[in-house]
Ligand binder design. Structure first.
Ligand SMILES: *[C@@H]1O[C@H](CO)[C@@H](O)[C@H](O)[C@H]1NC(C)=O
Ligand SMILES: *[C@@H]1O[C@H](CO)[C@@H](O)[C@H](O)[C@H]1NC(C)=O
Ligand SMILES: *[C@@H]1O[C@H](CO)[C@@H](O)[C@H](O)[C@H]1NC(C)=O
Ligand SMILES: *[C@@H]1O[C@H](CO)[C@@H](O)[C@H](O)[C@H]1NC(C)=O
Ligand SMILES: *[C@@H]1O[C@H](CO)[C@@H](O)[C@H](O)[C@H]1NC(C)=O
Ligand SMILES: *[C@@H]1O[C@H](CO)[C@@H](O)[C@H](O)[C@H]1NC(C)=O
Length: 411
């Protein structure tokens, strides 16, 4: 290589460094473990660099090796993991919990999960879904150069614990239609999959977990999964979904007489019983080269009100729809309905529904707070005002993904 080429390379890399100060993180912490392990093609590290308190423990019959160890906190009202992240960058944080009777007391506890000092969720490990592990996921812009995830004791003798914590950098341009003081709390992320396996890293470089949209059933209420004829799908939409979600689509199978009436209804049961602001995305790609007399056109409806213009999935590339200005609950119907001029039923490749949090309060308080401190944080922002047990941000992503996946239904 000539000197000039080297100089150019140097100049280019300097420029690159100076315009991208954000250093990407992809950190997977296996709480309570010793050493590293590889699972789901991800390198997991133990938690010694991230926390000084708590006791390592082992869970019985874990659904995965990572969930087989945990860190329990017999002392302190609040115990925190802190991770260095560039201030102003956007990250995805996932915290997972699997009790596995680690203390041989057969008494799964309930405790609180906090994000940068704000109430995130109440983790009830005796909930039915907790049998497979509970996972909570948040997407947000970090305010300082560190982010903290804490568990806090709220009930006598119910000790908090945590099995894993994951932090992944996203692009700032992703999920951007919400102001930067608010957090997106995942309710549902589902994709049409040919087999019953979730799509995640390495297919999704951001390691979002896309659950099988039809669960263990290939045919469910008139819905089917059809493979895409296109050899590849060019993905140039703002939230950068993995190309893998376009290899298959959820399609409808029951033709109706007369005007097309078949629709795809998205599952919203992971939302709270009470209305809250939501952020929804949906992704589409046509699965076959359509004839000149064919047209697939449909609209997204929220409770019978159209919220999109006609969506015509492109063949060989991707389209995205998002909705960030609506409130919804677990009773809200999200439905894809054909337009009057469509000759084909709707299809859908994937969708996500998040709840939008209240603005984050205060900075990062990584200290083990007093009880009174903690009560204050809790009062500052309650993300979900419905009663206990009515708002479960559970994701069955921790085993092989075969359980209780969202189930779009034909209406
Ligand atoms: C998940 O599937 C893999 C491959 O089929 C299998 O080896 C593994 O035991 C399964 N894990 C669980 C928790 O079912
Ligand atoms: C946790 O969930 C179980 C089962 O749904 C319920 O009986 C219990 O009351 C819940 N605990 C708390 C503290 O909400
Ligand atoms: C993050 O750290 C950098 C370098 O130390 C500093 O310039 C910047 O102000 C910090 N950002 C925040 C939000 O604290
Ligand atoms: C469902 O999809 C599969 C795979 O694309 C296809 O072979 C089958 O014919 C479809 N079933 C119906 C009822 O359309
Ligand atoms: C949602 O759809 C169900 C089933 O079609 C229907 O019974 C219900 O009334 C709908 N809810 C709203 C709010 O439109
Ligand atoms: C919500 O966004 C849609 C699409 O961008 C727009 O048509 C609609 O007017 C907005 N509604 C409100 C209440 O802002």
């Amino acid at each position: 290589m000539s000197i000039n080429a080297l100089n150019l390379l140097y100049a280019v890399s300097t420029l690159f460094l100076s315009i991208t100060p954000i250093s990407a993180v992809f950190i997977s912490i296996n709480c309570g473990a010793t050493g590293t392990l590889t699972e789901n093609s991800i390198q997991w590290v133990d938690d010694h660099a991230y926390i000084k308190t708590g006791q390592p423990q082992e869970a019985y019959a874990p659904p995965s090796e990572v969930l087989g160890t945990l860190r329990a906190f017999p002392t302190g009202k609040k115990n925190c993991y802190t991770v260095n992240v560039d201030g102003g960058s956007k990250i995805l944080v996932r915290a997972s919990f699997y009790y596995g009777d680690y203390d041989s007391l057969s008494s799964p506890p309930t405790f609180d999960l906090l994000l940068d000092g704000n109430h995130w969720a109440t983790v009830n490990t005796s909930a039915t879904e907790a049998v497979y592990g509970l996972s909570y996921e948040a997407i947000y812009t970090v305010q300082s150069n560190v982010t903290s995830v804490c568990v806090a004791q709220t009930l006598p003798n119910q000790l908090p614990f945590i099995n894993s914590l994951e932090v992944r950098s996203l692009l700032s341009s992703m999920y951007s239609h919400v102001d930067s003081s608010r957090v997106l709390l995942l309710a549902t992320r589902a994709a049409a999959t040919a087999n019953n396996t979730p799509i995640r890293n390495p297919d999704d470089v951001y390691d979002r977990i896309w659950n099988p949209a039809l669960g263990s059933l290939s045919l469910h209420f008139g819905l089917n999964v059809s493979s895409n004829d296109a050899a590849s799908v060019a993905v140039k939409v703002e939230d950068n979904p993995p190309e893998a979600i376009f290899h298959n689509a959820v399609t409808t199978t029951i033709p109706t007489a007369g005007p097309l009436r078949a629709s795809i209804m998205l599952d919203s049961s992971s939302l709270c019983l009470t209305e809250a602001p939501i952020y929804m995305t949906a992704y589409f790609s046509e699965i076959a080269r359509l004839g000149s007399n064919q047209k697939r056109s449909f609209q997204m409806y929220v409770n019978n009100h159209p919220v999109s213009s006609p969506i015509i999935p492109p063949y060989g590339s991707a389209a995205e729809f998002y909705l960030a200005n609506t409130t919804a609950s677990s009773n809200t119907n999200f439905t894809l309905k054909p337009t009057a001029d469509s000759t084909l039923f709707p299809l859908m490749n994937a969708y996500e529904i998040y709840t939008i949090s209240d603005p984050l309060a205060g900075g990062t308080n990584t200290k083990d707070g007093t009880w009174r401190d903690y009560q204050r944080y809790k009062a500052d922002s309650v993300y979900c005002s419905s009663g206990p047990g009515t708002c479960v941000y559970h994701q069955h992503t921790l085993g092989n993904g075969s359980v209780a996946a969202p189930t779009p239904a034909l209406v």
